[in-house]
Write a new protein. Structure first.
Lengths: 369, 532
């Protein structure tokens, strides 16, 4: 069972005199919510000791409050749940199903999964998703990079190397989810991003100096206007990763728990380690970072990207060509560095199918392993 | 690869070790003595010029320090603030037309009481610093942290700025142009002539300094201070509290001695660390004032940070090469472990990341330049009650949109004893319609007042008698100051001025709503209904 290591230092301030008395007498600590059953876990978020049922109830209630107060869904909508087979999306699927029935949201739920083509990782997690489909009785649609783009992640890594592959995967996945959603005529997509993910993103954007993303990344749902764009939201935005694991463990949910084999080299790893250390010092730090991110504001006059459409595929883009078209072009032409770094001037050339000069080709070929 | 705006102009093709050119890149004549960044090799003279120029460029670009103003330099004895002191000396001594024109004073705060130093150690450090200060011939103040216990509560009020509106560029230029001829005409006037002012002040300084140094610090004061810091549980909260108290002391000194500006010696590296740790502490709303060039939150006294363009490396090199005196004074976080406090953790994280990705600090610095406060605190129309009691920034705890703060409140409420309310029990599916109403009611009542949550939790954990005080203080604080106060066990150890100001604001609020308040006796007769 996962217990937050820092729980000991918050332990002291959270115990009432009564429960300290009980602990001194070596009696079991009671749940602080119902005060009837014995507590079996300590919540990482607030350090309260809770019994199983009260924890389930509190967790589900919080997601419900998030959905209701942020007005994420409308009655009768079709909602696609981004399912990877990992703990976040499994818990999301489960909780959405439970809340949909309990509070009568009236939503039509289905599972959307993306196959990136990573052997040993994705094919196993897809089996988990297929099992989820049967367990939750939700329709499932799988879209794969192979059929959308003609490239699997394994093939991409062979060309690109191990340092920038996460860029390719992330960009392609975003579009893949949208394409899958449009095929199924889904009104909204919801993803299993949790509080830790959002906090990491805030920290990462500060470290990379990405002001545009910094402003948008704490929003709970994306903008909903535009063709070819399915709005997406994060119902689990305020749920700690540790609580999600606790929930999945106690509910005995079926999920796939291995990390992507290519992830150790990502820059996000630094932000993640830092956040984990912060949580160890002060457990509320995750919510504090999100709070900071929500209250940031950018000065006027700072250059921001403007939303337009891609010249080739019509997807939304802030440049002449969308990122996935650029990356794909680079892969197809054997120029893997096209798309890593800024190449605005080259976008026009690619759009017009003009050949690149010798110098440009040479630069784009250099691969960094 | 880790920056958004990076261009790859063929640099990646040449993966050879960077060539160290033997000649200075600026004058191309002398041999280099140091390298700041890859490709920036300077000789001694050019480095000195580059360093000095940066300081004046920073002041000149921002144009907030008007000629003839009294500026207080906050010197901690460390390398950055000592360097700042020497830059000010440098800038004031030159006889060029572009010479800096303001009247400097120095303040040093002796924090030995909080960091556990003995009286002898403190006296020694103070003596060392005094010899440095005397060499500058500027008026200086030595203030002990114990004096924070006897501050007036007016420190927490934001004064109005002298001109009423922020000075514009044209008024600055006009002020400078006016200053030069008048200086020539009234050379003997002690107020305008800086040299005369200095000698005038140095005559005064002997008596003033007596007051500053020998203001009686009894062991009782030190004990009270120690008690205050001992009542704070976590090192993070201790450092935060120390920082706040330090700011109050500096502000008070500036106000009483007539200084309108304060210069802090925060370097680029230190500000990058401060930015990240402030984000981790929940201070996102006030990032721009905490790390920007000018900090106008107090109204009449503006805090500026002229050293924010210098990395610690440059400062260290300069201090070493040009023999700038600095004194090492152990603080609260000296010899602390990496994971002791959030500030310490952030410092080690940024420093380690900087070794792998040399552009980290400058990227974070550039990010901080693009921010501004969501609700500018220097607006004199903002009511006093809308500012935090401790850090004097605008409160960021509104409950309008669904936010992280509201989510935390709901989590607290849901994890504690549920009051006699919803029939809904966990594990059963209730009829649609009624549970949303009751849980929504509970949710909204928790959003409405944090005090309600504490009161319904009578079987839970916050039933100590001290709770009402914490609740009272919390409503006057911003998000991160609340976290600091939450870590304190004994709120009455706080200095008197904070407690009396809190009481004053509470009674002010009470007056505003007095016509709607019921009498205490009447209230108890009616059974309290939760959630309506």
């Amino acid at each position: 069972m996962m217990m937050s290591p820092a729980s000991t230092h918050t332990d002291i301030k959270r115990r009432s005199p009564l429960s300290e008395f009980r602990v001194a007498l070596k009696m079991p600590v009671l749940c602080s919510s119902c005060a009837e059953k014995r507590a079996v876990l300590k919540r990482p978020k607030t350090a309260h000791s809770l019994c199983k049922e009260c924890f389930f109830w509190a967790f589900e209630e919080e997601v419900h409050q998030t959905i209701v107060s942020a007005q994420l869904f409308k009655h009768g909508e079709t909602v696609g749940i981004g399912a990877s087979g990992g703990k976040d999306s499994t818990v999301l699927a489960h909780v959405m199903k439970v809340l949909n029935e309990r509070y009568n949201y009236g939503l039509k739920l289905l599972l959307l999964s993306v196959d990136e083509g990573i052997t040993g990782y994705r094919d196993d997690s897809l089996e988990t998703v297929k099992r989820n489909q049967q367990q939750y009785e939700l329709p499932l649609k799988i879209v794969s990079y192979e059929e959308l783009y003609g490239w699997t992640m394994d093939a991409i890594v062979k060309q690109v190397g191990l340092k920038n592959n996460c860029t390719f995967c992330g960009v392609f996945r975003r579009q893949a989810l949208d394409r899958g959603a449009m095929m199924l005529k889904v009104d909204k997509i919801c993803t299993g991003h949790n509080a830790d993910d959002v906090a990491e993103t805030v920290l990462m954007n500060v470290l990379r100096g990405d002001i545009a993303r910094l402003r948008r990344c704490t929003a709970i749902s994306t903008a909903s206007e535009g063709e070819g764009v399915v709005p997406r939201c994060k119902p689990l935005k305020y749920a700690y990763e540790k609580e999600i694991v606790l929930y999945a463990y106690f509910k005995k949910l079926d999920y796939f728990s291995t990390e992507c084999i290519y992830s150790p080299n990502a820059y996000r790893g630094h932000a993640r380690t830092f956040l984990k250390d912060l949580e160890a010092v002060r457990p509320s730090a995750i919510m504090d970072v999100i709070h900071s991110g929500e209250n940031l504001s950018v000065r006027e006059g700072v250059k921001m990207p403007v939303q337009g459409t891609c010249g080739r595929c019509g997807y939304i883009s802030s440049q002449a060509l969308c990122k996935s078209c650029v990356l794909l072009e680079g892969l197809n032409r054997g120029l893997p560095r096209l798309g890593i770094g800024k190449h605005h001037r080259l976008h026009e050339k690619i759009l017009l199918q003009q050949p690149l000069t010798q110098e440009e080709e040479r630069k784009l070929k250099a691969v960094d392993f | 690869m880790c920056q958004v705006d990076e261009e790859y102009n063929g640099q990646l093709d040449h993966r050879v070790t960077p060539r160290v050119s033997k000649k200075c890149v600026k004058c191309k004549e002398n041999t280099t003595v140091l390298i700041i960044r890859a490709g920036d090799a300077f000789c001694r003279g050019c480095f000195k010029e580059y360093f000095i120029h940066k300081f004046r460029a920073m002041l000149g670009k921002n144009r907030v320090i008007f000629p003839g103003e009294k500026v207080l330099l906050a010197v901690s004895g460390g390398p950055a603030s000592s360097s700042m002191l020497s830059q000010v000396q440098e800038g004031l001594s030159r006889d060029a037309p572009k010479k800096l024109r303001f009247v400097p004073g120095i303040i040093y705060i002796d924090e030995g009481g909080a960091s556990g130093q003995s009286m002898e150690e403190r006296k020694r450090t103070v003596a060392q610093l005094e010899s440095v200060f005397r060499a500058t011939n500027y008026h200086y103040h030595i203030v002990h942290l114990e004096q924070v216990l006897s501050l007036p509560s007016s420190v927490l009020e934001a004064g109005s700025s002298a001109t009423g509106k922020p000075p514009t560029g044209s008024s600055y230029k006009a002020a400078v142009d006016h200053f030069i001829p008048t200086r020539k005409n009234q050379n003997q006037h002690p107020d305008l002539s800086v040299e005369n002012a200095q000698s005038h002040l140095s005559n005064l300084s002997m008596q003033e300094v007596q007051n500053g140094v020998t203001s009686p610090i009894t062991p009782e004061h030190t004990q009270a201070l120690k008690r205050l810091f001992a009542s704070v549980r976590t090192p993070t909260a201790k450092e935060d509290l120390l920082h706040t108290l330090r700011q109050h002391l500096i502000l008070h000194t500036a106000r009483t001695q007539g200084y309108t500006k304060v210069m802090m010696g925060d370097s680029c590296s230190r500000l990058a660390i401060k930015l990240l740790s402030n984000i981790s502490l929940g201070r996102g709303a006030s990032l721009a004032t905490d790390t920007g060039f000018s900090d106008p939150r107090h109204g009449d006294v503006v805090i500026v940070r002229p050293m924010r363009d210098y990395s610690s490396k440059e400062i260290a090199y300069y201090n070493r090469m040009f023999d700038i005196p600095s004194v090492f004074i152990p603080g609260l976080d000296s010899k602390a472990q990496d994971k002791a406090s959030i500030q310490r953790l952030t410092e080690s994280f940024v420093t380690k990341l900087q070794t792998d990705f040399p552009s980290t600090v400058s990227t974070i610095y550039r990010t901080s330049e693009k921010l501004h406060t969501a609700c500018p605190p220097q607006n004199t129309n903002t009511q006093l009650s809308a500012k935090c009691l401790l850090c004097v920034c605008a409160l960021d705890t509104k409950l309008e949109e669904f936010s992280a703060y509201q989510a935390t409140l709901i989590s607290e409420q849901l994890s504690q004893r549920r009051g006699p309310g919803p029939e809904f029990t966990p594990g059963t599916t209730a009829a649609p319609g009624s549970p949303p109403a009751s849980s929504a009611g509970q949710g909204h009542s928790s959003g409405g007042g944090q005090s309600q949550g504490c009161e319904t939790g009578d079987g839970g954990c916050c039933s100590s008698a001290k709770e009402p005080e914490t609740v009272d203080l919390k409503s006057l604080l911003c998000y991160s100051c609340r976290l600091t106060i939450k870590d304190m066990t004994a709120l009455d150890a706080l200095p008197q001025y904070i407690l009396s100001e809190a009481e004053r604001r509470r009674s002010q609020m009470r007056e505003e709503i007095s016509e709607f308040l019921l009498d205490e006796e009447e209230d108890e007769a009616i059974p309290r209904v939760n959630g309506s």
